[in-house]
Design a protein around this ligand. Sequence first.
Ligand code: SAM
Ligand code: SF4
Length: 319
Amino acid sequence: MRDTYGRNINYLRVSVTDRCNLRCVYCMPEEGIKSLKHEDILRFEDTLKIVRAATALGINKIRYTGGEPLVMKDIDKLIYETSKLPGINDIAITTNGILLSDMAGDLKKAGLKRVNISLDTLNSEKYKSITRVGNLDKVMESIDKCLSLGLKPVKINTVLMRGINDVEFENFLNLTRELPVEIRFIELMPIGEGIKIYEKNNLSFMEMLGLHPELTKIGTEKSSTAELYKLTGAKGKIGFISPVSCKFCGDCNKIRLTSTGTIKPCLHSKEEINLRKYLNNEKMLTNAIKSAIESKPLEHHLREESASRSVKGMSQIGG
Ligand code: SAM
Ligand code: SF4
């Protein structure tokens, strides 16, 4: 459906859990966040009810995320049931890739179309220091597995940070020479743990582009608002997503469902609409989602404010 500003909202991002098996420095504190009680997290059947109700409003694209979606017990079942809903034509996940190589085959059979794998460094030691606990080999295995299974396109989300992984920019470019992946450089956002390092580590992509004239612009990916580039002869592509410095709210087509059952019309706003009380009435559920879409603000104000107005971090909202 169209929101108040004429944007066509057809995309629902669903956080299936706030738990994660990593502790990325810009996302979660080392000790983790206080986990929600089991009963406060939506059951898989309830998530499905909400997704079904959203399809009545023209939502046709679902991304399961978290926290880490692959730590959710029934994620394969949830994907399978989602794939059977009339109107859904795209199911994707965003994952850190640690558990993916073992699960990718089953998830594809269940109906998964595409994956975004988060990876901020190609150096094992640095991977351990950014994620605090992760094993880079597992992620690289997952990327190969997804490519061999034909889960297309495989996109790699890389948060580029000054003084942390900016020196690896060229290594990521070179990865696209060998692999048919899309590396998507994402600006660090002042949200969650990102607030603590934003001033010191944020980096403008204009700066990187200026240093790399060998990158040729090939277009804009409307659905994700990534500016796309390519190296001559490379198998893959490079995308730049700048939610802070070039906000793309005018093209925003999504709403988010948190793992506790609230809709967030905008990532950077405090506003949340609780759907739990409507779970047993599909019509009321659809109406509540409709009101949430109608209340979607025109834009966020991250550039003018030093931090997101959302009280939750990305792992709690679903990035
Ligand atoms: N655990 C999964 C993963 O890492 O892919 C899914 C959830 S994670 C919150 C989704 C995405 O949000 C990841 O690509 C991560 O890099 C990004 N993210 C988290 N905090 C961020 C921040 N402060 N700024 C920019 N991106 C952030
Ligand atoms: Fe976990 Fe993803 Fe956050 Fe990293 S970015 S801590 S993998 S939720």
